[in-house]
Design a binder for this molecule. Structure first.
Ligand SMILES: N[C@@H](CCC(=O)N[C@@H](CS)C(=O)NCC(=O)O)C(=O)O
Length: 344
């Protein structure tokens, strides 16, 4: 009997949760909470140059940081109104589930399990990546096919990297020795000090972390890519209004580049006769802000204060020498795969 009551209670609690969250969450209110607290609660990495990285004064920059800045510009009118919480790969999802942060923008791969089974929602992709391997040039290793039994592999725990690495070596029939750490800097140090034969993570991560090695030029990233790592911002499931705000802040940032709207020309673009551009800049009579529950200037502020996606890429990733070539992260109109739904 006791058990039966427990079960019934269990179900009713579950049903209650479903009833309150299962309507698509239009009434949940991270947008309102954000306005009240006056800043966006943004989860970032513990330091990954080009993506999310703090300088000595504590100023965060990077293409992942710019996603949170865009949301702050849209919702609060000021891209600087962001509180950053640095998180390891292992901590990041619990922090979002627990409400410690409201958006996770931290080189995080969109996978089925993360999207469907842990109460989270991926809103899009801000960087298309794939997993690679870095080795010391002196090893003479030129390809992943050169790895032999006993190869020591350094990486981060709580990542897709760990899983892909296991799949990869299994499929090759190579016995490998994983050397895993929670903090990325521990991985860098271990690899730099020679504890591992290779360092594996997203290729963007390898390019960024290579800059931290004692002698970056002594190392090379192998040509093969062993996985798909679409990286993008994540929110909690069940708050569709917030999800939409984050998704369309990301989309307009990318679409602005497609239509040649940037931080330098946006004021003159307000006079454009092209309806697509009028929608992107929030010109007179456009209704996108209203649809999102924001004002008409939400997208204007994103582009004016942060610039478009291309400007962010150039500043954070190309000009810093991390990945000068845009590769797949170029617009679909320029040979890449960046393609966002239309802002209309
Ligand atoms: N994209 C992969 C890997 C993400 C990841 O955490 N990579 C490490 C190595 S680049 C990292 O970001 N470290 C930075 C940090 O922990 O602050 C995932 O989502 O699981």
């Amino acid at each position: 009997m006791k058990n039966l009551i427990k079960t019934i209670c269990g179900i009713s609690v579950f049903a209650f949760i479903l009833a309150s969250c299962g309507d698509g969450g239009k009434k949940a209110s991270t947008v309102d909470a954000t306005k009240k607290q006056g800043f966006v609660k943004c989860g970032v990495s513990q330091g990954l140059p080009g993506f999310s990285n703090a300088d000595e004064s504590g100023k965060w920059t990077g293409i992942d940081v710019d996603v949170c800045r865009a949301v702050a510009a849209a919702v609060l009118g000021d891209a600087n109104k962001v509180k950053y919480t640095p998180l390891s790969a292992k901590e990041r999802f619990t922090a979002l589930q627990a409400g410690e942060i409201d958006v996770l923008s931290r080189n995080t791969t969109w996978t089925l399990e993360r999207d469907a089974a842990i109460g989270l929602t991926f809103v899009g992709v801000n960087f298309y990546d794939g997993q690679g391997f870095m080795v010391r040039k002196a090893t003479g290793i030129k390809s992943v096919n050169d790895f032999k039994d006993g190869v020591k592999v350094c990486t981060n725990t709580g990542t897709t990297t760990e899983l892909n690495m296991a799949d990869f070596f299994k499929s090759k029939g190579v016995k490998y020795e994983p050397v895993v750490f929670e903090k990325a800097d521990e991985v860098v140090q271990a690899y730099d000090s020679g504890r591992c034969d290779t360092y594996t993570t997203d290729k963007s991560g390898l390019a960024a972390q290579r800059t931290k090695l004692t002698k970056p030029d002594d190392h090379v990233v192998l040509p093969e890519t062993i996985s798909k790592e679409p990286l993008g911002p994540v929110v909690r499931q069940g708050d569709a209004k917030w999800e939409d705000v984050v998704r369309w802040s990301l989309n307009v940032w990318i679409e602005a580049e497609e239509y040649g709207v940037n931080s330098g020309n946006i004021d003159s673009m307000k006079e454009s006769k092209n309806p697509a551009i009028q929608r992107i800049v929030g010109a007179e009579g456009t209704k996108n802000g209203e649809a999102l529950g924001l004002d008409q200037e939400w997208s204007y502020r994103i582009i004016k204060q942060i610039g478009n996606y291309g400007e962010s890429y150039k500043k954070n990733i190309a000009d810093t020498g991390i990945l000068p070539d845009r590769g797949p992260n170029n617009l679909w109109t320029k040979g890449g795969i960046l393609y966002v739904p239309p802002v209309r």
